[in-house]
Design a protein around this ligand. Structure first.
Ligand SMILES: CC(C)(COP(=O)(O)OP(=O)(O)OC[C@H]1O[C@@H](n2cnc3c(N)ncnc32)[C@H](O)[C@@H]1OP(=O)(O)O)[C@@H](O)C(=O)NCCC(=O)NCCS
Length: 184
């Protein structure tokens, strides 16, 4: 249901139960979770990744409500360095996280472009919306680089507390018309 995708530097592999062990090691870092939704338990329990993959992610994928990938460098395909997912939702269709050791190299921009192309070109949804903490500069910048616009301002509960939040949007038509190349 979720096909593998690729970008110049990354492999996007469909999430599986066997990924939980590696996710458990890399995901629970404050820099990763602080601007994620408060449903992420913190402190992160020792079975947090297994429970989330087994009881939430895989059932949502099976119901056709979500599409989820692990991220790996093509140069080191065994190691999981992050994740990206798409989901049916009114105002939060895409989420992502990356090991801080790999931040600010444009990697998530590549992954987000691949996942967004899948959302519009394969799944054929008319609109993609994402919600994020206004303080999440890196995530905002990715949306900006993709040609998304802010369509709502609100407040949400994050792992680090209740914060101002923004809803960003891009339509399929805007996505197809944008000048930037898809995967860089
Ligand atoms: C959001 C996240 C995935 C970005 O990953 P990344 O691979 O570092 O992102 P990219 O390098 O593709 O793009 C980030 C952009 O933000 C910019 N940026 C990042 N931190 C910044 C800061 N503190 N100040 C100014 N710009 C910043 C980068 O320079 C880059 O912009 P540029 O290409 O114009 O230089 C990563 O920061 C992360 O995992 N954060 C924690 C989880 C999270 O918040 N997920 C999103 C929830 S909505």
């Amino acid at each position: 249901m979720t096909p593998p995708l690729g970008t110049p530097r990354l492999l996007l592999r469909p999430l599986g139960l066997s990924d939980a062990g590696q996710i458990q090691i890399v995901f629970p870092q404050w820099e990763i979770v602080r601007h994620l939704a408060a449903r992420v338990p913190w402190p992160y329990p020792s079975d947090g990744a297994l429970t989330f993959v087994r009881d939430a992610s895989l059932p949502a994928i099976a119901r056709g409500e979500a599409w989820k990938w692990t991220l790996r460098l093509k140069s080191d395909p065994v190691r999981i360095i992050g994740g990206i997912d798409l989901q049916k939702s009114e105002d939060d269709n895409r989420g992502f996280w990356l090991d801080p050791a790999f931040h600010r190299q444009g990697l998530m921009t590549e992954a987000a472009n691949a996942a967004t192309a899948f959302w519009f070109d394969v799944l054929q949804f008319p609109i993609l919306r994402t919600s994020k903490a206004a303080a999440n500069i890196a995530s905002r910048r990715i949306s900006e680089k993709q040609g998304m616009r802010v369509v709502g301002v609100t407040e949400r509960d994050y792992v680090s507390g209740r914060l101002p939040a923004e809803v960003w949007e891009i339509t399929a038509e805007e996505w197809r018309k944008r000048v930037a190349p898809r995967f860089v």
